[in-house]
Design a protein around this ligand. Structure first.
Ligand code: PEP
Ligand code: MG
Length: 293
């Protein structure tokens, strides 16, 4: 099978009728880049930036972050790299953040909520991201969005950072796309409004499933109550895709469901523009898409 799949290396991802889908990779560390190149990803659809914070005993500096983002952008050689801003909290804890103990951490102080509460941490990361954008095609993605106001605040802080870099004479790309994850039911339901604010959506089906079905994603005991193909999830994704396209922006899927070949046909029918999966799933998925009429 491996040899068979290698036939799909270097080929575009398209259905039989020639409908193209961007097939990208999820990574959690610059070390994953070998697998990305080996499996011929058309871009990075999700670079989880948490590793920088989790592997460190203190806040990673702007320079450390810049080097990590730049390395990945350069290796992708002009292909798009979507880097997600800090998604810490809940299951991912770093002591030096001194986050409060919470009864329901998945619904607590995490991800964008930390960044908007402590903008100095957020600005350091955004400075590193914009600086790295001079070395490749970087897009920035905000996690755990539930409201238009949050997105507007993120964009305001990003604009501040661009202003500062300009003043300091530090180069950055003027065409960095800003996008959000659709991973809360609220975001999917107001995706018409959110689509007017951003350049792209990426559906995080792991959290979208957790929050829609009220199923803790870390609790194996309730797995049988957690139907990942639940009609509610598929409706929320379809609704988000329709609203994205109405506003003229693109939409991808970067949660686990994106690699589920039993749903590939459904996602093609929804006109999902990009699927981002673990690198080793890419060639199999490219083969599956090429079989679709
Ligand atoms: C998701 O929630 O589906 C996702 C891609 O993000 P993470 O798994 O890192 O929460
Ligand atoms: Mg998530």
């Amino acid at each position: 099978r491996k040899r068979l799949l290698s036939l799909y290396r270097g080929r575009p991802t398209a259905t039989k009728s020639g409908h193209h889908i961007d097939l990208c990779a999820n990574i959690g560390n610059p070390k994953d880049m070998a697998a990305v190149l080996e499996n011929d990803a058309e871009g990075i659809g999700l670079f989880r930036s948490e590793f920088l914070y989790l592997e460190s005993s203190d806040y990673p500096t702007e320079e450390e972050q810049f080097q990590a983002y730049k390395a990945v952008a350069e290796k992708m050689n002009g292909k798009r790299v979507v880097i997600r801003t800090l998604d810490i909290g809940a299951d991912k804890q770093a002591d030096y953040f001194h986050l409060p103990k919470e009864a329901n951490p998945a619904m607590g102080m995490r991800a964008i909520r930390i960044c908007l509460t402590r903008p100095e941490i957020f600005k350091t990361q955004l400075r590193a991201l914009y600086r790295a954008s001079a070395y490749g095609k970087i897009a920035i993605m905000f996690p755990m969005i539930t409201s238009v106001e949050e997105v507007q605040q993120c964009k305001q802080i990003a604009a501040q950072v661009r202003g500062e870099l300009t003043q300091e004479g530090i180069p950055f790309s003027s065409s960095v796309e800003l996008g959000i994850m659709i991973e809360t039911p609220a975001a999917a339901v107001i995706s018409d409004d959110l689509a007017k604010e951003v350049d792209f959506f990426s559906v995080g089906t792991n959290d979208l499933t957790q929050y829609t079905l009220a199923c803790d994603r870390q609790n194996q005991d309730i797995a049988r109550f957690c139907n990942t193909h639940h009609k509610a999830i598929l409706r929320l994704i379809r609704m988000s895709a329709e609203n994205a396209h109405k506003a003229g922006i693109w939409i991808g899927i970067c949660g686990e469901l994106g690699a589920d070949e039993s749903l590939t046909r459904t996602f093609v029918d929804m006109s999902i523009d990009e699927l981002s999966v673990t690198p080793t799933s890419i060639l199999g998925l490219r083969a599956a898409i090429s079989e679709i009429e």
